[in-house]
Design a protein around this ligand. Structure first.
Ligand code: NAP
Length: 311
């Protein structure tokens, strides 16, 4: 049974719901903050009701309402923020309230991706990373205890889409052809969203994770793009037509070509960092923390079994 009382901030989002559900499943007294504006979205309200039915306490509190936020924080021990990467600066309001409340044992800023401190980031996709770095430095300067979660690539977002730029954001696997980044031999790390919730919730009461980064890298989910394509081909029983996009072409045709919308150029810059430069896979030092080592009891979803869902 989870001991610490947890507040999930911006809980109705894509990853937030998995964190809430995992906290509840692991028996943490779970508090949920939702912006009052979200009450105008019927799907969010239904989701909030599902949290309540599962045992969460719901608080419709604006991050602009400092006094109410401090009151809410005083009722919990740990705060996990899952705010959208377009609104990361909202976290400064939360951090100020955490500082004033003075009782929070651990803060998880909205991260859940690459370890933002490891490498320089490429414009125009760099803002969300530099915003996350700035939040880290603020948390550390204020002496707020923290855990940073590096969850690598969300499967739902990136695995079935095969990191294709055309079309961007098509969340089902390719039928006939695929563009492979580089030579396709860079190692990528995949994580199912439910497991991100589970591992994050597991770390809440774990003193080993205090003021540390926890990497999520279960061994069966480290795959190159060539391996990913080969798995998919074996599932559908046919070979895809393959073409290869070099680093030089990625920059010239996408990242630097202003005819593309900002989102495509930013996504291409992220793909450079992950699929060409290989930011997700590096040698761990003896002190680095990896979730499947810390919590070997979790039966995580493999990338292969996730792809099977699309057959
Ligand atoms: N590693 C990966 O592959 C990957 C993929 C996607 C995202 N991420 C990361 O995961 C984190 C969460 O992303 P997400 O996709 O789950 O977020 P999301 O679904 O886009 O949004 C999360 C929540 O942000 C809150 N929000 C939205 N607009 C807001 C506004 N104007 N002001 C304040 N709050 C607002 C909402 O909370 P309420 O309505 O509940 O108040 C929303 O439910 C981010 O740090 C992101 O970079 C990582």
């Amino acid at each position: 049974m989870g001991e610490n009382r947890v507040l999930v901030v911006s809980a109705t989002g894509y990853i937030g719901r998995h964190i809430v559900n995992a906290c509840l499943e692991q028996g943490h007294p779970t508090f949920v903050q939702v912006r009052p504006e979200a009450a105008r979205d019927v799907e969010k309200v239904q989701l909030v009701l599902s949290f309540r039915r599962a045992g969460a306490k719901i608080f419709w509190v604006s991050l602009d309402d400092h006094d109410e936020l401090v009151k809410l924080l005083k009722q919990v021990d740990v705060v996990i923020c899952t705010v959208s990467h377009f609104h990361l600066d909202e976290q400064y309001k939360l951090i100020n309230a955490i500082k004033e409340a003075g009782n929070i044992k651990k803060f998880y800023p909205s991260e859940f991706g690459t370890d933002v401190d490891r490498n320089p980031h490429i414009p125009p996709g760099d803002k969300l990373f530099t915003d996350k770095v700035a939040i880290r430095r603020t948390v550390e300067a204020l002496g707020i205890p923290y855990t940073y979660i590096s969850a690598n690539c969300f499967m739902g977002f990136f695995l079935p889409s095969f990191a294709q730029l055309e079309p961007l954001c098509k969340f089902v696997p390719p039928g006939d052809s695929v563009v492979i980044h580089g030579d396709g031999n860079v190692k990528i790390v995949w994580m199912a969203e439910k497991d991100i919730g589970t591992y994050t919730a597991k770390s809440i009461d774990d003193p080993r994770t205090l003021n540390r980064t926890v990497y999520f890298r279960p061994p069966k989910n480290v795959l190159t793009m060539n391996e990913q394509v080969a798995i998919w081909e074996s599932k559908i029983g046919k070979a895809l037509k393959k073409s290869y996009l070099s680093e030089k072409e990625l920059f010239a045709k996408y990242i630097q070509d202003e005819k593309h919308p900002w989102l495509t150029r930013a996504a291409a810059a992220h793909m450079y960092e992950i699929f060409h430069r290989g930011d997700l896979y590096f040698d761990f030092g003896p002190d680095d923390l990896e979730a499947s080592v810390l919590y070997p009891e979790v039966e995580y979803t493999t990338a292969e079994s996730y792809l099977e869902l699309f057959v």
